[in-house]
Design a protein around this ligand. Structure first.
Ligand SMILES: Nc1ncnc2c1ncn2[C@@H]1O[C@H](COP(=O)(O)OP(=O)(O)OP(=O)(O)O)[C@@H](O)[C@H]1O
Length: 294
């Protein structure tokens, strides 16, 4: 029997904005079969990828590759947390936040080839109310946008930008009580982002200084937003700069507690997760192995 390290590809057949390519055929063509054995499985329903990934980890697979968007990456990564099995990514979504942060190739053939020569590294992960995230989570406007985006049949960056521009004027900040680095803060909150990676995806940098291996969350708080601040913040996000202090404030911390009077929406890696009046956000240092380009 072959003793080669094994790779499992988990394909979400419903993810991606691009035309449906035959991933199995491209894997056959580009994977170095002298280095790895592989198999390919497909998800049948939302949440299935976590079960498939956890089963692969328990079975001793060296690498499990998420083939899909950030939702699929999140589900696969959850199944691999605190195991010896590393996460690989063939990015097929519209944002591809973790793939971009880790500087993985975005083109399918190149992403497969990168697995042949990649090295294993460890990254932090976070939880918001016990829901794991790997790039960002957040409460307020960005969660509201993910809730609207989730019900939108059209995907992609253009749809997303149109949606943000349409909703940003109507959305209202809410009062929150935040405990961060032992300091209590009573403030308005338009959006509070908890960043493990620097970007949401699509090279939109909500926390330009975030380091995915530093054991810390980068918190970005936007208390209120008007038109001028929105322009400043958007410009800074797209040029990877910190926004001025009138627009946004940044904190580094191992955890955050937030209490609100009115229920606020929250998201994990861009997936809407519901509403709550209390949020416990935590960081789990070096809790996930990943394959990165060597
Ligand atoms: N077989 C399936 N049928 C229906 N939904 C699925 C299936 N497999 C996975 N899903 C769900 O599909 C959702 C979307 O997946 P994903 O985020 O990877 O793709 P995407 O939405 O096209 O990408 P992006 O979020 O980058 O735009 C996930 O929430 C996942 O739970």
């Amino acid at each position: 029997m072959s003793k080669l390290p094994r790779i499992r590809f988990i394909i979400n057949p419903v993810s991606g904005t691009r035309s449906k390519v035959d991933v199995a055929a491209r894997v056959k063509l580009n994977l170095d079969h002298s280095k790895h054995d592989h198999d390919i499985v497909y998800t049948d329903y939302a949440g299935h990828a976590t079960e498939l990934a956890a089963a692969a980890a328990a079975d001793g697979f060296a690498i499990v590759v998420a083939v899909g968007g950030d939702g699929t990456v999140n589900e696969v990564a959850r199944g691999l947390l605190h195991t010896n099995t590393a996460l690989g990514i063939l990015p097929k979504g519209s944002g591809n936040g973790l793939a971009r942060h880790l500087q993985l190739p975005l083109k399918l053939d190149n992403a497969i080839k990168a697995l042949n020569t990649g090295q294993i590294s460890e990254i932090d992960s976070g939880t918001i109310n016990d829901v794991p995230f790997f790039t960002t989570s957040g409460i307020g406007f960005d969660a509201y946008i993910s809730s609207v985006f989730a019900g939108n049949k059209k995907r992609g960056l253009k749809t997303y930008v149109e949606l943000v521009l349409k909703e940003v004027r109507a959305y209202k900040h809410l009062p929150v009580k935040v405990t961060i680095n032992s300091t209590e803060l009573e403030t308005d909150c338009f959006v509070m982002a908890f960043a493990n990676a620097a970007q949401y995806g699509n090279n939109a940098y909500i926390a330009p200084l975030a380091d995915i291996r530093d054991g810390l969350l980068d918190v970005c708080l936007v208390r209120q937003l008007d038109f001028v601040k929105a322009i400043n913040l958007s410009y800074c996000m797209l040029t990877r700069q910190l926004a001025n202090v009138q627009s946004a404030e940044y904190f580094k911390t191992t955890g955050v507690h937030v209490q609100t009077e009115q229920p606020m929406m929250f998201h994990a890696d861009g997936e809407y997760k519901g509403k709550a009046t209390e949020f416990e956000v935590k960081l789990n240092p070096l809790s996930l192995k990943v394959v990165i380009p060597s």
